[in-house]
Design a binder for this molecule. Structure first.
Ligand code: ADP
Ligand code: ZN
Ligand code: ZN
Length: 825
């Protein structure tokens, strides 16, 4: 009898897979791509992925056994694993980290570490002890927690026996139930009783009878409502029926008792079902759009990647939809990537209108159940399952799903910086990973934007990507006029009201008069940026981070935007006790206040991180503005992302300068992108638009390019600098950050590592130096930068770099110092 072994990938930052022995009774079921339960570390159980099954016994004695099998069929695909491995290799991290990022926790369950309330727990707490109740309560606030988290929250030392008891009482789920952590949601639905199913006359007779008597009138109304809500279906959700009919549960119960209606529990999908409403042939591309569409297809014969450089409002989305339609018709899948924040109901419903319930949406605001469901439906693409998804609309992490056969990948707003994951590993760039995923599936990749990243445009210039230009807005809508307001000058002439110039205010007033809408963009949230002491010239700072605290008026708090630390706003300077303190700078909240004074009649909405914390708040602000329930929208970066509003005629950019002065080699490029994108919100459809940019440096070249809408000049200008100072996209930039809560340790470790690196890579290493914020959440930070030229030796150099870092961590006296590697940062 052969003895089998399985190589298991665990969702942990570990360099390799681990080999386990397969017990004979599982021989028939073990296969690659399924999950198994394995012990790892001190008595911990994990769900790991089988990467290989073989008969080569490992060269050590105590091989642990696979405990159990979770899946009958593979839950990952080969191409998916290939992308994971590429990511680990390219971004210098571990495949286990990619796995951890890719899998919804509903799938990767870390053995006994995760617990949740049992979905069938009926809420009966009479049998629970006080401690058990505490844990159950903690779990109602957060859907799932690790044992350690629960322990911390409820502050109980010996928690394991209590957890065990809760499992026995079926109040919670833990590893014992690891096999089926995913429960399909059940819904109570109301059906017509069989008697009346095919007997309309009897049904109408019954209705007449019920409505004739005062006593049963309510029942007749409820029954009628049921018939209307049911339409062509056989059922209506109970909750929906009661809500929409206004009927009482007791009337419903009577109808059920009298065998007129039937109540049943039905498995339901957690995801909204929509049926296709419009046909793609309803979209008529304009002549120039059609030309671009054909160009793209032609270029795909030559290039695997095409950049669609189309100005705002040119109708890129319509072109995408035509492309998608063709690929879906071939029975292939399409991935449509968007930056998280641009993934609004606006774009979702636009696509669902044409592609109906073939569209799956995937982003981080979804809960685990929904994510597991999407995973499964993407995986089922090759089956006949009617619930499969063919078009996935998703943020960054949707790249990591189990696609079967992609036929097209669209990366919309490809310039967007949020495509790069910063923390934790894998620190990947979704656009670049999309190109790799496309290659794996032999699927073309379409990058679309009004303001290409220098990276993508450089690839075009290098002959790597095809380029299609679309420089006309749809339906003769014009690009907006752009005005620059010289703020120091306006101040001198006393033509300012708070932080708004008279010119901007006058234009806003005129727009409001014409019932048009306004967007104001300010790159900072909060009320005033900081509390400033005139006596000692300091500002209150965070105790955990090297940042000044930001004043929030509504809560009257000074908050740290990095770690959440907050204090009540002091009346005196915390340093010198002076009362001579004042607010300096201005944020979104402050502008909102000024506007309320200037335009008391107008409805104003503010969109920033503070106002969009809840799942629905962001959608609500957008849809209110869309439906013209609000007149003025004040916001941060969030207002720049691909939104399409018809009635915006004035856009104000209030402080163009703080984007330009940010100490980052991409500051100029980013400022240009943001300003061009915000400007693009103005004057869509028939309405001409006006953009007013307030600046302290009105002569700044970035503004010049924005006014001229001159991407190419901006590109040439910036590429000069990038070449000269050896930055991307000409060079490959890798950042190594060292972190520790002790300043001396960080300093010493960084110096030593930099020295080693300089020896290995002469003239390619910069630093170590403190980043802009040298301490975050009590961790001191120090950066080392490496600039590799993009030549044949690059791969080799990256491997060497990885080795140097691993050795440094293993052997140095700085084992406690964390080393974070960020490729293409
Ligand atoms: P972009 O994404 O390039 O900024 P959009 O795709 O949002 O542009 O298009 C701008 C507006 O013009 C949208 O309201 C869109 O519905 C409309 N539009 C563009 N092309 C067409 C078309 N061919 N038919 C109908 N409407 C179109
Ligand atoms: Zn002071
Ligand atoms: Zn802080």
């Amino acid at each position: 009898m052969l003895t089998y072994f399985a190589d298991i990938l665990l969702p942990l930052p570990l360099p390799a897979t681990f080999t386990y022995r397969v017990p004979y009774e599982l021989d028939a079921q073990i296969k690659t791509g399924i999950r198994v339960v394995v012990p790892f570390g001190k008595n911990k159980l994990y769900a790991g992925l089988v990467m290989a099954v073989h008969t080569n016994a490992p060269p050590f004695l105590h091989v642990k056994y696979v405990v159990d099998i979770i899946d009958a069929e593979p839950i990952v695909t080969e191409k998916q694993l290939a992308l994971w491995k590429w990511m680990a290799h390219y971004y210098l991290c571990y495949t286990g980290e990619v796995m951890a990022a890719a899998m919804p926790s509903g799938l990767k369950l870390a053995g006994e570490t995760l617990i949740m309330l049992h979905p069938n727990f009926d809420g009966d707490i009479s049998t629970l002890t006080e401690r058990e109740l505490k844990i159950a309560e903690a779990l109602t606030y957060r859907q799932r927690m690790t044992v350690a988290e629960v322990q911390k929250t409820v502050d109980i030392q010996k928690i394991f026996p209590i957890i065990k008891s809760l499992v026995e009482k079926k109040v919670i789920l833990t590893t014992e139930e690891i096999k089926n952590p995913y429960y399909a949601k059940k819904e109570t639905c109301i059906f017509l009783h069989d008697t009346y199913l095919n007997d309309e006359p009897a049904l109408f007779e019954l209705l007449d009878k019920l409505s004739a008597s005062k006593k049963t009138e309510k029942q007749s109304q409820l029954l009628l409502a049921f018939l209307m809500l049911k339409r062509n279906e056989d059922r209506v959700k109970k909750s929906e029926l009661l809500k929409k009919s206004g009927g009482s549960p007791s009337s419903l119960q009577t109808l059920i008792n009298n065998n007129i209606l039937v109540q049943k529990e039905v498995q339901s999908s957690r995801l909204q079902e929509v049926s296709s409403m419009k046909d793609i042939s309803d979209i008529y591309l304009s002549k120039i759009q059609q030309k671009s569409f054909l160009q793209i297809k032609e270029l795909f014969l030559q290039y695997s990647v095409v950049l669609l450089h189309g100005i705002t409002g040119s109708g890129k989305t319509e072109i995408y939809m035509k492309m998608i339609d063709e690929v879906l018709a071939q029975g292939k899948q399409v991935l449509y990537l968007l930056p998280e924040i641009a993934l609004t109901s606006q774009i979702v419903s636009r696509l669902q209108k044409y592609f109906g319930n073939r569209v799956g949406v995937y982003h981080s605001r979804f809960n685990e159940f929904e994510r597991v469901e999407i995973w499964n439906r993407v995986l089922q693409h090759s089956t006949n399952n009617e619930q499969k998804y063919s078009l996935i609309l998703g943020a960054r992490s949707s790249l990591l799903l189990p696609y079967q056969n992609l036929g097209l990948i669209i990366v919309d707003e490809e310039h967007d910086g949020s495509y790069k994951q910063q923390d934790p590993a894998p620190r990947y760039h979704a656009r670049d990973a999309a190109v790799v995923l496309g290659k794996l599936h032999n699927a073309p990749v379409l990058l679309g934007t009004a303001t290409p990243s220098l990276e993508s445009y450089y690839n075009v210039k290098q002959g790597k990507y095809g380029l299609v230009e679309l420089f006309e807005r749809y339906a003769e809508s014009q690009l907006p006029e752009i005005w620059i307001e010289n703020i120091p000058e306006a101040r001198r002439q006393k033509k300012m009201e708070g932080h708004l110039s008279h010119f901007l205010i006058d234009n806003m007033a005129a727009a409001l008069e014409r019932k048009e809408q306004i967007i104001l963009f300010q790159n900072r949230r909060g009320y005033a940026v900081r509390l400033y002491c005139n006596a000692c010239q300091t500002m209150p700072t965070c105790i955990h981070c090297d940042v000044t605290l930001t004043y929030h008026k509504k809560s009257n708090l000074l908050k740290c935007h990095y770690c959440g630390y907050a204090i009540a706003t002091p009346a005196r300077c915390p340093h010198c006790e002076s009362m001579d303190v004042e607010m300096k700078g201005f944020g979104t909240e402050k502008i909102e206040e000024t506007l309320l004074q200037l335009f008391p009649e107008a409805k104003i909405a503010r969109m920033d991180l503070d106002t969009t914390r809840s799942k629905t708040a962001y959608q609500k602000i957008i849809s209110d503005f869309e439906k013209q329930r609000t007149n003025i929208l004040v916001g941060t970066q969030m207002v720049t992302k691909g939104l399409d509003f018809d009635r915006v005629s004035v856009v104000g950019i209030l402080e163009a300068d703080n984007m330009l002065s940010f100490p980052d080699f991409r500051a100029f490029e980013r400022a240009f992108q943001v300003m061009a994108q915000v400007s693009g919100r103005a004057g869509r459809k028939e309405l001409p638009g006006k953009v007013i940019i307030q600046s302290y440096q009105p002569w700044h070249p970035a503004l010049k390019y924005v006014i001229g809408n001159d991407f190419k000049a901006m590109y040439e200008n910036q590429m000069e600098e990038r070449k000269k100072f050896r930055y991307p996209p000409v060079f490959r930039l890798i950042k190594i950050t060292l972190k520790h809560n002790n300043l001396e340790s960080v300093n010493a470790a960084a110096s030593e590592l930099a020295l080693v690196l300089q020896k290995r890579f002469p003239k390619q290493v910069l630093g170590p130096e403190f980043p802009l914020i040298g301490r975050l959440q009590n961790q001191f930070l120090k950066d080392i930068w490496i600039k590799f030229s993009k030549d044949a030796a690059l791969e080799k150099k990256k491997e060497t770099l990885q080795q140097v870092i691993t050795q440094f961590q293993m052997h140095s006296k700085f084992k406690q110092v964390r080393v974070v590697v960020n490729v293409d940062c």
